[in-house]
Design a protein around this ligand. Structure first.
Ligand code: 5AD
Ligand code: SF4
Length: 476
C-alpha cells in the first residue's frame, strides 16, 4: 500500500478492542439488564455500511439493539449531508430527544456521519443541542469503543471531529442488517468536487481498500451464504488507481466473478467520466456481475454539466449507454441520478435532461431538486428560478419517467428472468418477492423455502412498479 494511504495500525485496533472490553465491564455494573442501542441511519448505502460497523462494535461492547428510541440506553443518529431536507429531518429528530434525555440522564445521545463533519453543523449542535453527549466524524468510526467509553465516564461532552483525510480500518467487527444481501465498501471518499456536492468535503479524498482485503471479505460473505453483494464507492470506476501495483475496477470484478459459489455481484456508483468500455465489456462477460448500470448523468445539457464540473458531455454519456445496450441488449438495466434546477439552469436546458431521459430509457431514476450546500461552489452561483417552478419541472420529469417505466415493464411480458428471491411479497399472503439482475421486482406465488435462492421466473403481468410472474423451473 502506498505511503499516502493510512491504514489503522493493529496496535490501534487492539486499543479499541480493550476499550470495548472496558465498556462491557462498565455497563454490566451500571445497568441491571443488557443495555440496548438504537442506531438510526440516514442517507446512502455508505452510511448503511458504516452503521453496520458501528453496530458490530456495539455488539462487541455488550449492547443489544432496539428500534424503539425510548427503550435505548444509547441512541446514535448516523447522518447525511447531501441535501438540506436530510439535515432538517435530523435536527427535528434530535430535538425530539430532548425530553427523553432530560427524564433519563443516563442515556447517551450520539451523532455521527457526513452532516457532523461540517464545522457549522458541529457548532450548532454544541450551542443549541446541549443534551447531545457525543459527536464524531466520518474519519473516526473505528474509534467508537473509545468514544463511547469517554461519553460514559467523562463528565463532559465529547466532540471528535478531526479534519484529517481519512484512514482505512480493516477488521473491525460488523453486524449486517440482512443475512443474504451485503454491502462491501471498496473505497472511500471522492476526488471529483462536482460543484453542488458536499461529499468530497465530508468524506475526504479517494482511497481504495487493498484487493486482498476486499476479496477476503467477499469470500467470507459467500461462505456465510450471502447471495447479493454490492460493492460500494462514490466512484467505483477509480478503484485501485491509488494502489501499488495499480488495479482497475474491471480487474477486481473479474477476480470476484471467478470465486466459487452461487452469488450476484452489484456495484455502485459509476461516474460517466471514468466509466470505461472495459468495464461495460466486463459486465457483459462476467456471468455473476449483475447487468445493472447505475450511471448518474445529473443533467442532459452540456453547459449545465460543465457548470456542475462533471467532466463529460451528453454525447459521451450516450455513447457509453449505447455501447452497454449493444453488448447487453435486453438484459441491461440502467438507473441514474438527476438534479433538477441547478443554479442558472433554464427551462430549455432542463428540456435537454428530459430528452436524454427519453433517449436512455432507464428502469428507474433518482431525481432531486437542487439543494444549496454551504461551502460548495454552486452555493455561490445565482439561482434565480423559484423553488415552485423547479417543483413543476420535477413533476414533468416524474410523469415522463413513469410513462417510460410503464412502457419498459410492458415489454417484459412473457420474458424469463433469473431472480433472487429475497422475501415475502406484498400482493397477497402466499406471494414471494424476487429481484432481477436489473433490480426489477417480480412477485410470484411460491413456497417460503425459496427465500434466499435464485430462481427463474416468467413475467405474466407487468404492473407499473412491480411485475407479477410465475416460477419457471426450480433447477437453477
Ligand atoms: N442537491 C441535490 N441533489 C444532490 N445530489 C448530490 N448533491 C446534491 C445537491 N446539492 C444528488 C446527486 C447524486 C445523488 C447521490 O445525490 O444526484 O448523484
Ligand atoms: Fe458528489 Fe460528484 Fe463525488 Fe458523486 S462524484 S460524491 S456527486 S462530488
Amino acid at each position: 500500500m502506498p505511503a499516502k494511504i493510512k491504514k489503522v495500525s493493529d496496535e490501534e485496533l487492539e486499543v479499541q478492542r480493550q476499550f470495548a472490553h472496558k465498556v462491557n465491564e462498565l455497563t454490566s455494573k451500571r445497568y441491571s439488564s443488557k443495555p440496548l442501542a438504537c442506531v438510526v441511519t440516514y442517507g446512502c448505502q455508505q452510511n448503511v455500511a458504516d452503521s453496520e460497523h458501528i453496530k458490530g462494535m456495539l455488539e462487541a461492547m455488550g449492547y443489544g439493539f432496539t428500534e424503539e428510541r425510548t427503550e435505548a440506553k444509547l441512541i446514535i443518529f448516523n447522518t447525511c449531508a447531501v441535501r438540506e431536507h436530510a439535515e432538517d429531518r435530523v435536527f427535528g429528530n434530535v430535538g425530539a430527544l430532548k425530553k427523553y434525555k432530560l427524564a433519563n440522564p443516563d442515556v447517551v445521545i450520539a451523532l455521527c456521519g457526513c452532516m457532523m463533519q461540517q464545522q457549522h453543523i458541529a457548532e450548532k449542535i454544541k450551542k443549541s443541542f446541549p443534551f447531545v453527549d457525543l459527536v464524531f466524524g466520518t474519519h473516526v468510526v473505528y474509534k467508537v469503543p473509545e468514544l463511547i467509553y469517554s461519553a460514559l465516564t467523562k463528565n463532559r461532552r465529547v466532540f471528535e471531529l478531526p479534519d484529517v483525510d481519512g484512514v482505512i480500518a480493516e477488521g473491525i467487527p460488523v453486524k449486517r442488517d440482512n443475512d443474504k444481501k451485503a454491502w462491501i465498501p471498496i473505497m472511500y471518499g471522492c476526488n471529483n468536487f462536482c460543484s453542488y456536492c458536499i461529499v468530497p468535503y465530508v468524506r475526504g479524498r479517494e482511497r481504495s481498500r487493498e484487493v486482498e482485503d476486499v476479496v477476503a471479505e467477499f469470500k467470507s460473505l459467500v461462505d456465510d451464504g450471502y447471495k447479493e453483494i454490492t460493492l460500494l464507492g462514490q466512484n467505483v470506476n477509480s478503484y485501485g488507481k491509488d494502489l501499488e501495483p495499480k488495479v482497475s475496477f474491471s480487474e477486481l470484478l473479474c477476480m470476484l466473478n471467478e470465486l466459487d459459489g452461487d452469488f450476484r455481484i452489484r456495484f455502485m456508483t459509476s461516474h460517466p467520466k471514468d466509466c470505461t468500455k472495459e468495464l461495460i465489456e466486463t459486465m457483459a462477460e462476467c456471468d455473476k456481475v449483475a447487468t445493472h448500470l447505475h450511471l448518474p448523468f445529473q443533467s442532459g445539457n452540456d453547459r449545465v454539466l460543465k457548470a456542475m464540473n462533471r467532466s463529460y458531455t451528453r454525447e459521451k454519456y450516450l455513447s457509453l449507454i449505447n455501447y452497454a445496450k449493444e453488448l447487453m441488449g435486453d438484459e441491461l438495466s440502467i438507473t441514474s441520478d438527476i438534479i433538477v434546477g441547478f443554479p442558472g439552469e433554464t427551462y430549455e436546458e432542463f428540456c435537454d435532461t428530459k430528452s436524454l431521459v427519453e433517449e436512455i430509457k432507464a428502469t428507474s431514476l433518482f431525481t432531486f431538486i437542487y439543494s444549496a450546500r454551504k461551502g460548495t461552489p454552486a452555493a455561490e452561483m445565482d439561482d434565480p428560478v423559484p423553488y415552485e417552478e423547479k417543483s413543476k419541472w420535477m413533476r414533468e420529469l416524474l410523469a415522463l419517467q413513469e410513462r417510460i417505466s410503464g412502457e419498459q415493464m410492458a415489454l417484459h411480458k412473457g420474458k424469463v428472468f433469473k431472480c433472487f428471491v429475497y422475501g415475502k411479497g406484498k400482493q397477497g399472503d402466499n406471494y414471494l418477492a424476487a429481484r432481477t439482475d436489473g433490480n426489477l421486482i417480480i412477485e410470484f406465488v411460491g413456497d417460503e423455502g425459496l427465500i434466499g435462492t435464485f430462481q427463474k421466473i416468467k413475467v405474466t403481468e407487468p404492473l407499473t412498479y412491480v411485475m407479477l410472474g410465475e416460477l419457471e423451473r426450480n433447477d437453477l
